[in-house]
Design a protein around this ligand. Structure first.
Ligand SMILES: [Zn+2]
Length: 393
């Protein structure tokens, strides 16, 4: 759900909404005056029947379908434009990483990765949480979510906890049992004790390891199992991130497909940037995956899956535009819940897997001051860019 889009919709609908409320009141008055003679028609929406005064509003405004000024040519053109920019954004980092003759500076790819981290963070906090709040607070939801205002935050928290639990379970499975882990820890301790004699306890190991900026020392303590688990975890968290971004992209595509008139072009432009930046963010993550065979093909396929999401949403939207009611309670609740859960997935991914892990990585900490400043700047730029786009899409 886009902020300006629904804001506009709210604005244009507020007049008719007021009228609908008036007529609802009239209908109610008429009804109470002569209920026996003129019973109200049976409401289509069972939930709307609970509150008679809201019925006309629910029927008139919330269930309104069809798009004014809808242009088939522009819409179909839009599908290909969005497909193109999404594919470009997502495939560029993958190609840069695996195609030798493109000869892209590794530093540029790193900057792209941190820019992408910012994009994901802003997508979660600005786009998804903002959109979900707007959708679930909409008048048309009308008490269906109960007397609780914090659903978006609550659902995002549930998604964060689910991500956390999943990472823990997978780490346990791939690293091995607790006794094996204890063994690994004692080996870690020995390695570190050998490297720098002193009082090293396994409990302090995490800090010690982080303080030791040298990659060599860190690598010496690492077991193959841990590296394997890291890779598996990275792979899975990338796929889940892809899923979270994909859900939002489908919603955005559907919104675009049921937008007509002058607003369409503005939204198309905003969503083009939206998909390009998000594609880049995801592409840099996909490029980091170590596929054993055919890394370029598998990487590009992953990027293609993302590139198809918004066009898929657009196609669905175009197909159902006559009957699709953007402000129907079902639509709003579905979009609100999906966006909230996606927000949690992206928050966890951005903060834990990108901000914490990338910035704590030895390679990052031993790089020059200017290089680190550039990484921070790239991340802030990603946040800023995506936040600004949040005004439209
Ligand atoms: Zn968005």
């Amino acid at each position: 759900m886009t902020s300006s889009n629904s804001a506009m919709a709210t604005r244009s609908l507020s007049v008719s909404s007021a009228m609908a409320t008036d007529s609802a009141d009239n209908a109610q008055n008429d009804n109470s005056a002569g209920a026996e003679q003129t019973p109200l028609p049976a409401p289509q929406d069972a939930a709307a029947a609970r509150d008679g005064s809201d019925e006309a509003q629910a029927q008139g405004v919330c269930m309104a379908a069809g798009v004014e000024g809808w242009d088939r040519r522009l819409q179909i053109g839009g599908v290909f434009i969005i497909l193109g920019v999404s594919a470009l954004g997502a495939m560029l980092p993958v190609a840069c990483k695996h195609v030798a003759w493109l000869n892209v500076n590794a530093r540029l790819l790193t900057l792209g990765k941190f820019f992408g981290a910012g994009v994901i963070l802003a997508t979660a906090f600005v786009h998804m949480l903002g959109g979900a709040t707007e959708a679930l607070k909409d008048d048309c939801v009308d008490g269906r979510m109960g007397d609780f205002d914090s659903w978006p935050g609550f659902l995002a928290m549930v998604a964060v906890l689910a991500m956390h639990l999943m990472e823990h379970v997978l780490t346990a499975r791939y690293i091995g049992s607790d006794s094996e882990l204890a063994h690994t820890l004692s080996r870690h301790a020995n390695t570190l004790a050998d490297a720098s004699p002193g009082a090293h306890t396994p409990q302090l190991l995490g800090d010690e390891e982080r303080k030791a900026g040298e990659p060599k020392q860190r690598a010496a303590g690492h077991m193959h199992g841990a590296l394997f688990a890291d890779e598996r975890r990275r792979q899975l968290s990338t796929y889940i991130l892809e899923l979270g971004i994909a859900l939002h992209s489908v919603i955005v595509g559907m919104t675009l497909a049921v937008t007509g008139g002058a607003e369409y072009k503005t939204l198309l432009a905003a969503i083009s940037f939206h998909q390009f930046f998000e594609g880049m963010a995801l592409g840099t993550r996909i490029a980091e995956l170590n596929f054993k065979r055919r890394p370029l093909v598998l990487g590009l396929l992953n990027a293609l899956v993302f590139a198809l999401t918004t066009p898929l949403g657009q196609t669905i939207g175009i197909a159902v535009r006559q009957s699709f009611a953007p402000r129907s309670p079902t639509t709003l609740v579905t979009m609100g819940v999906l966006d909230s859960l996606s927000a949690g997935i992206l928050m966890y991914s951005a903060i834990v897997n990108l901000l914490v892990e990338e910035f704590a990585a030895p390679e990052f900490r031993v790089s020059s001051r200017n290089a680190r400043i550039a990484c921070f700047a790239a991340m802030y730029a990603g946040c800023a860019g995506m936040s600004i786009i949040g005004k439209w899409a």
